[in-house]
Design a protein around this ligand. Structure first.
Ligand code: CDP
Ligand code: MG
Length: 148
């Protein structure tokens, strides 16, 4: 079954949006198989955002992402990478549609509430950066038969 990585960024935690975002994930019918609360180190920030290290916005992004705790999640489901990436909305909240998480809760390009993997390869890499194999839990979710 496909897996993806979702992170509620420091602004989402500080603005008390954790319950709202997890609620959306649950109501969509997605299965949470990994969940943790942590503060990102400089080293983990460089690993997670390795493709952005040379970009002009990286120093602002790095100080933001390491500034305060985040909630990291592994989600499982059919086509879950695309499903959750669409639920997050466009990177720049100016362009995110209403109804998406960023469209509804963000106005700032850097402080855009949530990170979601953009492909299956990114998902596998990002999950490994944040979770050990034994921190991902395999279980039967009783609602799954109703989600289809
Ligand atoms: O997060 P997403 O994959 O949608 O976007 P990205 O292009 O991979 O950029 C990663 C993150 O860097 C964004 O979510 C923003 O928080 C930040 N960013 C920024 O602050 N300024 C930019 N010009 C581009 C991205
Ligand atoms: Mg990205």
């Amino acid at each position: 079954m496909e897996k993806t990585f979702l992170m509620i960024k420091p602004d989402g935690v500080q603005r008390n949006l954790v319950g709202e975002i997890i609620g959306r994930v649950e109501k969509k019918g997605l299965k949470i198989i990994g969940l943790k609360f942590l503060q990102i180190s400089d080293k983990l920030a460089d690993k997670h955002y390795e493709e952005h290290i040379e970009k002009e916005f990286y120093s602002e992004l790095k100080s933001f992402i390491t500034s305060s705790p985040v909630v990291a999640m592994v989600l499982e489901g059919d086509n879950v990478v695309e499903v959750i990436h669409k639920m997050a909305g466009a990177t720049n909240p100016k362009n995110s549609a209403y109804g998406t998480i960023r469209g509804d809760y963000a106005i700032n390009f850097t402080k855009n509430v949530i990170h979601t993997s953009d492909s299956l390869e990114s998902a596998n890499r990002e999950i490994k950066n944040f979770f050990k194999t034994e921190e991902i839990v395999n279980y039967v979710q009783s609602s799954q038969i109703w989600n289809g």
